[in-house]
Design a protein around this ligand. Sequence first.
Ligand code: ATP
Ligand code: MG
Length: 227
Amino acid sequence: MVISFQNVSRYYNDWPALERINLQLEQGEFLVVSGPSGAGKTTLFRHIWMGDLPSSGTVEVAGHSSDRIGRRDLPLLRRKLGIVFQDFRLLPERTVYDNVALPLQVTGTSPKAVRRRVFSLLAEMELNHRRASYPHELSGGEQQRVAIARAMVAHPVILLADEPTGNLDPEVSRKVIDLLVEINRTGTSVVLATHDPRQVPAGVARFIYLDRGHMVNPNSWDGYDQL
Ligand SMILES: Nc1ncnc2c1ncn2[C@@H]1O[C@H](COP(=O)(O)OP(=O)(O)OP(=O)(O)O)[C@@H](O)[C@H]1O
Ligand SMILES: [Mg+2]
């Protein structure tokens, strides 16, 4: 088990952003989290990287428990996670190569090993020709592929992607989803939040649906009307 939510609730003032969530993710699974705006998807993600802790219940991620996590454990947890956001969050002053290399450089990987890993990922993401460019010189799809390469560079146990296609057109979105499927195929667990679960081929993923903080039965989910 790489992620486990046990009866997790999170209240902001009195507002239930998550309520009694029970969820298990096995190593190598692909989980798609859907639901309308405000359903609690980002809150769920924030609990996975423990940027937020439950009001009640327990979250366990890659051997760390929300009941016992301390400040010094957070970097250890985060090193096991790769995180991709809707708005890319690349460092504007750094080239593509340096954005991808950074997580390895700060953990003291040898320059030779950094080079080998970054070049291999840039080739995989079809970005080799862009390695000396700066983020503002790239298209949205290219920026998101750089962000995925950066998230993958340190071999995370889990890749978290919160609406990674929210700023991309449908064709570019498809390419990003294909990349996530490919990454999952090589053994990395993937958790993807999206408004539109139909982006993901049915056979490869498990789908859950949130509605006002509750996990709801996919068969009774009527959110498609809101897409
Ligand atoms: N730090 C916070 N303080 C107060 N309320 C919050 C906070 N974070 C989230 N919320 C509330 O919790 C609910 C769930 O928010 P969340 O961001 O998880 O939704 P979401 O499913 O990610 O929505 P979207 O699809 O728009 O990204 C919302 O009603 C939101 O206003
Ligand atoms: Mg969100």
